[in-house]
Ligand binder design. Structure first.
Ligand code: NAG
Ligand code: NAG
Ligand code: NAG
Length: 978
């Protein structure tokens, strides 16, 4: 049915097209053949057929209608019922303008502006006899206007082709279209010179040719177009003098000749243009003085002579321009003083006289008038600003730029009365004394620049009152004292430059609260103390220069500071951290420095020396609630035998239920989103009972450095551990987070802690993990359980199980990144279960610096390649961590032990002992000799091989599993490691 209908339509459209073809050839014949057919319906349907209408704006255009007069965008003449106006502005139409339009014989106005029409401007629409207004502006039309486009232009009065991609010359035929009143060809690519006869268009009122590539001189005879009201030739390459005839166009109100290469002096005839309110000659090469007669152009509201070569004194007749709102004479060669008469320009809003050679005092009238913007920079104004400023009460000044002058004296406290100020620059003067506390009154100020003066005193506390401040520049003064903590109230601050002063004291933590900061320069001061760690959390930092101070201690780790340039931190003798290439002195917890010479591993020499110099242990900052906290907590809980749900793969379809944070998570202090998403991989939709307990203080098991870990029991009695990821801004987007978590959720192995589900809100993420009751390997080894330590067999079993779990992960291309004894949990049967694998994938970027500082923070487990940019991080980093763990399990010693004044690195110690033939002495004394040396020694050797400095020298985990199994059967495989 529908198909039939569509076919009928297509057929009728086809027949229409055929008819149209006939119409074009023998119109009379066709008309007589089908007298009922309306030319306008035909024309519009054909027009519609030529264009694309993605938004369906033209659906009402139906070829079966008898009349188009009710169609969208169509207006008819009520008497003739013929289409008189077509108004399709902003309909998102694309495609070509077709011939159909030529059928619209009564069309007076055609407006297709603001669409995406392309192609050239054919057919020749201008020939439509009745057309008066043609607006094709803001489309993608290209190519040249056909030379004879305007030859028979009927009664065309208004044409706009602005904002297209039209090129080539403006056709000479334009001059013959004598009815034209308005021409707008702006913002195209027209080139060549103006048609010489253009001024014969004596009905022309508005000519806008701006923003093209037109060149040459303005043709003679402009006085012929004496109806001209507006002329805009701006942004072209016109040259030569402005013709005298312009003064005969007495109706001219708007003249824009800016951004061309016009030269010479101003034509005297301009003074006759008493109606002119806009005269813009910006960026040309005009010379000479501004004539006295400028005062005759009494209607002027905007006068812009900026960036020319005008010279001489400013005429005092400027004071006669009572309507003047904008006066811009910047960047010329004006000399002398500001005429006092300008006090009469009562309507002046913007005054820019910057970059001239004016001199003298700052006139008081600039504060009295209604001025909003004053730029008097780069002049030779001198003297004190005080008495003028004193009269500033009630001023509406928004922009005041007095930079680069020779002002001296102190900044008067009356500056605080400039309540509307948004921009204040007094930089590069000779100002002395303190920054007035009244600066705090400037609530609207965005930009404060007092740099390069001789200001002394401290930065006033009141700076915190400038709450809108974006940029604060105080560099190159003699300011002392501290950076006031009140700066934290300037929460919009993006730029803070106070370099080259005498500031001292600490950098306040308040700076770290300014989360919009991008550029900070505190260099060349006497700042001391250590840098607040929180600075690492500033998300938008681009530069942070603290060079040449007396700062000390550790550079913040993470964020911008991982990649800070050494130039930004140099000149602080007591600063330490990798960016200054200096290790930090030992404080508890002791950072470790590995001396390359003390290492007996010959392969270490193939690594750049700075790797080993580098601080291996980086500070643990609260990032995400990873295993450590969980493990501590889990170890504390009473052992309960888990009756873990059978997670058959059939039931693994994830159950998703959306909880309202309002009722289910009312105990959460951080939940601000309205609802969260809870996903259990096991398909258990019944979590909501347990969810009640989530984040309930009573169920909180403890808080580690990373955040809180909770235990809760599902309705079926199945306990789970909940890890709350704390710094959510460091977690990926929800989509990425979910993808990664689901991937990790699919990983199942008897020696891996299962990830059972997760909970997501933008501000809170929880991981729901299998609950393992027996405590961590770390605890078992170093503290024992009820005074009992692991037997050799148990140890071997743990090493083998851990190796198997890692081999499984690596098969799935998952790197653990964080293998350490506190991440290996022991279940009630003594089997190891490795947790927290792959969590680094939840971070926004898998950056080695983030990894090394945040994830691999565990003492001594970190593979050396984390410190080396040129070595790729692979699963071999897990092999290293595993090797350390093996040595730890066998020796019962921590990977790194602090002695009185020494640091013992476990693998170095075992390696040394092996070389001295007394490796057996390294085995944990708590075994009291109850171990088979033929197993323990090869296992230790395996551990040492796994901790090779060069990743490729380490075996794969698969090989490790094989080797361990061979060690268990010494008769078959012992020679492997001898
Ligand atoms: C023109 O098309 C582009 C993409 O093809 C679209 O983004 C834009 O909105 C369109 N413009 C108009 C005015 O419809
Ligand atoms: C010319 O057209 C452009 C784009 O539509 C418009 O912005 C401009 O104001 C027009 N010029 C005049 C003088 O109307
Ligand atoms: C601060 O500058 C003012 C003005 O030059 C001067 O009088 C004063 O002694 C200076 N104060 C100090 C402590 O240098």
């Amino acid at each position: 049915m529908l198909a039939l209908l569509r076919m009928k339509r297509q057929l009728s459209l086809l027949s229409l097209l055929l008819l149209l073809l006939l119409l074009a050839v023998i119109p009379a014949v066709v008309r007589s053949l089908s007298p009922s057919l309306n030319d306008d319906v035909l024309g519009l349907i054909v027009l519609k057929a030529d264009i694309q209408d993605p938004k369906g704006k033209l659906v009402s255009w139906n070829e079966d209608d008898d009349s188009p007069c009710n169609w969208v965008g169509v207006k008819c003449n009520p008497r003739s019922n013929r289409v008189s106006e077509l108004n399709l502005d902003g309909f998102s139409l694309s495609g070509h303008i077709g011939r159909g339009l030529l059928q619209l014989q009564s069309l007076r106005k055609l407006s297709l502006a603001k669409n995406n029409l392309t192609g050239t401007i054919t057919p020749n629409i201008a020939r439509l006899d009745s057309l008066r207004v043609l607006d094709l502006s803001e489309n993608g039309l290209s190519g040249a206007i056909p030379e004879d486009f305007f030859r028979q232009c009927g009664s065309l009065r208004v044409i706009s082709l602005a904002k297209n991609k039209l090129s080539g010359k403006i056709p000479d035929s334009l001059s013959s279209c004598s009815t034209l009143a308005s021409i707008n060809f702006s913002s195209n690519k027209f080139s060549g010179s103006l048609p010489s006869g253009i001024w014969s268009l004596n009905g022309l009122r508005s000519l806008d040719l701006s923003d093209n590539s037109l060149e040459g001189e303005i043709p003679k005879g402009i006085e012929g177009s004496n109806n001209l009201r507006a002329i805009n030739l701006g942004k072209n390459q016109f040259s030569g003098k402005v013709p005298d005839g312009i003064g005969s166009c007495l109706l001219l109100r708007f003249i824009d000749l800016s951004e061309n290469s016009f030269s010479g002096t101003l034509p005297e005839t301009l003074q006759k243009l008493s109606l002119c309110n806009y005269l813009n000659l910006h960026m040309n090469s005009f010379t000479g003085e501004v004539p006295d007669w400028i005062g005759e152009m009494k209607s002027l509201e905007t006068l812009d002579f900026s960036s020319n070569s005008f010279s001489g004194q400013l005429p005092s007749s400027i004071g006669n321009l009572q309507s003047l709102k904008v006066l811009n004479f910047a960047a010329n060669g004006f000399t002398g003083t500001l005429p006092e008469s300008m006090v009469n320009c009562k309507n002046l809003v913007v005054l820019d006289l910057s970059h001239n050679s004016l001199k003298g005092d700052l006139p008081a009238w600039i504060f009295k008038s209604g001025l909003q913007e004053v730029s008097l920079s780069e002049k030779k104004l001198s003297g004190s600003m005080n008495s003028p400023l004193a009269s500033s009460v009630g001023s509406s000044l928004e922009i005041l730029d007095l930079s680069h002058n020779a002002f001296s004296g102190e900044i008067a406290s009356s500056v605080g009365a400039l309540r509307s100020l948004q921009f204040l620059s007094l930089s590069k003067n000779f100002l002395v004394g303190p920054i007035p506390v009244s600066i705090g009154e400037l609530k609207a100020l965005n930009n404060l620049d007092l740099s390069e003066n001789q200001l002394n005193g401290s930065i006033p506390l009141e700076i915190g009152g400038v709450v809108s401040l974006n940029e604060l520049r105080l560099e190159k003064n003699f300011l002392w004292g501290q950076v006031p903590t009140s700066i934290e109230h300037c929460s919009s601050l993006t730029t803070l430059i106070v370099s080259q002063n005498r500031l001292s004291g600490y950098i306040p933590i308040a700076v770290a609260k300014l989360t919009n900061l991008q550029n900070v320069d505190l260099s060349f001061n006497n700042l001391s103390g250590s840098l607040p760690k929180q600075l690492a959390n500033l998300p938008h930092l681009l530069t942070f220069n603290i060079s040449h101070n007396n700062l000390q201690g550790e550079l913040p780790a993470g964020g911008f500071f991982n990649t800070i340039s050494p130039f930004s931190v140099t000149g602080n003798p007591s600063l330490c951290g990798s960016a200054v290439n200096k290790s930090c002195p030992a404080v508890l917890p002791k950072p470790i420095v590995l001396n390359p010479n003390s290492s007996s591993d010959s392969t270490s020499s193939s690594l750049p020396p700075n790797i080993v110099h580098k601080r291996i242990i980086l500070s643990i900052s609260a990032l995400i609630a990873i295993g450590a906290a969980a493990v501590i907590v889990v170890g504390v809980i009473a052992i309960t035998v888990l009756n873990l749900h059978v997670r058959s793969s059939a039931a693994r379809s994830a159950a998703v239920l959306t909880l309202s944070a309002g009722d289910e998570f009312s105990h959460s202090p951080t939940t601000d989103a309205n609802s969260g998403k809870l996903v259990m991989f096991s398909g258990d939709p019944d979590f909501s009972t347990g969810a009640h307990a989530l984040l309930n203080k009573d169920c909180e098991l403890g808080r580690g450095g990373f955040g809180a870990v909770y235990r809760t029991v599902l309705r079926d009695g199945h306990p789970v551990a909940i890890k709350k990821l704390t710094v959510s801004s460091l977690v990926k987007s929800q989509e990425d987070f979910e993808r990664e978590v689901k991937k990790l959720g699919k990983v199942r192995h008897p020696n891996l802690v299962a990830l059972e589900g997760y909970y997501w809100t933008p501000s809170l993420q929880l991981l729901i993990c299998e609950f393992v009751s027996g405590g961590s390997l770390h605890k078992h080894i170093h503290e024992g359980l009820g005074g009992n330590f692991l037997s050799w067999n148990e140890r071997f079993n743990i090493i083998l199980g851990t190796a198997k779990s890692l081999a499984h992960l690596h098969q799935l291309n998952i790197i653990h990144y964080n293998i350490k004894s506190s991440n290996v949990l022991i279940d009630s049967t003594g089997e190891p279960k490795v947790g927290d694998f792959g969590l680094a994938r939840l971070l926004p970027m898998l950056d080695r610096y983030v990894l090394s500082s945040k994830i691999q923070s565990a003492l001594g487990y970190m593979a050396p390649e984390f410190a080396c940019r040129t070595v790729k991080i692979t699963e071999k980093c897990d092999v290293y961590g595993f090797g350390v763990l093996v040595l730890e399990v066998v020796t019962g010693k921590r990977p790194v032990e602090y002695m009185e004044d020494d640091v013992v690195v476990l693998c170095d110690m075992v390696r040394g002992a092996l070389e001295e033939g007394r490796v057996e002495e390294c085995v944990d004394g708590r075994l009291q000799g109850n171990f088979p040396a033929e197993e323990a020694i090869p296992v230790m050797k395996l551990g040492l091989i796994c901790t090779s400095q060069v990743p490729s020298n380490r075996p794969d985990m698969g090989e490790v599993v094989n080797i361990l199994e061979l060690i268990r059967c010494p008769s078959e495989g012992q020679e492997e490691l001898e």
